[in-house]
Design a protein around this ligand. Structure first.
Ligand SMILES: *Cc1c(COP(=O)(O)O)cnc(C)c1O
Length: 225
């Protein structure tokens, strides 16, 4: 399928989910996750009208960056090794996977301006998933105060791999509640307005529960170029 056709369908699903809960579709940023596809396919996505791309590895991002440069906004969505920070720091607009102090220290050290970060939370508690527990997330965020180059724009999670709607909904709702708690603290370094949640199989539920960024790979650009 061409990206334009997939995009049309996804936009429609986004609109429907927003309509259901009386949200404005402008509140939902669509990130095309291009980690499985070629630079050519990523470029097709930009031509189709996508303006945000997500990558989960530094080499994948750099390869596409060579060609696409700063045409899209770049979202780093994968586990980020501390030693890789310097490779991507001046190329990305958002880092969705801030999950430890050593990573915050490195981002703060390498950046020459404020970096928009999302704190990754492991809501489901699955061992295979990265991110902080809900219990630890707030004190972690508070500990980021000294890092002048880090702005906590929001929270990110990956839902458990299931089609059970209630399980997904609970997960997304818990992230939203946590986001609201952080917002209530009114920390100037952590406006925490964003909720990055929802992928190909669960983005409608995520939007109904308040997602402001959905990260869609397979359903939008497919698995290969
Ligand atoms: C791969 C990936 C996605 C997109 O997954 P799809 O199921 O292909 O839509 C979203 N978020 C993260 C963190 C990913 O690694």
């Amino acid at each position: 399928m061409r990206v334009t056709e997939n995009l049309k369908q996804i936009r429609q699903q986004i609109n429907e989910a927003c309509h259901k809960v009386r949200r404005n579709a402008d509140e939902v940023k669509l990130i095309a996750v291009t980690k499985y596809v070629s630079t050519k396919r990523a470029s097709e996505a930009l031509e189709a009208g996508i303006s945000n791309l997500g990558e989960n590895r530094d080499d994948g991002l750099l390869e596409k960056w060579e060609v696409l440069q700063d045409k899209p906004k770049w979202h780093y969505i994968g586990t980020l090794q501390t030693r890789k920070v310097k490779n991507i720091i001046d190329k990305v607009d958002y880092i969705h996977s801030l999950d430890r102090l050593s990573l915050a220290e490195e981002i703060n050290k390498r950046a020459d301006k404020k970096v928009k970060c999302l704190v990754q939370v492991n809501v489901s508690g699955e061992e295979s998933k990265h991110g902080l527990s809900r219990e630890k997330a707030i004190s972690f965020i508070e500990s980021l105060r000294p890092f002048e180059n880090i702005s906590v724009e929001g929270l990110m999670t990956m839902a458990p791999f299931t089609n059970d709607e209630q399980t997904l909904r609970d997960c997304f709702r818990k992230l939203r509640e946590l986001r609201d708690q952080v917002q209530a603290l009114q920390l100037d370094f952590a406006p925490c307005t964003e909720l990055s949640m929802g992928m190909s199989n669960d983005f409608s539920v995520a939007i109904e529960e308040g997602a402001t960024m959905v990260r869609i790979g397979t359903a939008l650009v497919g698995e290969d170029g």
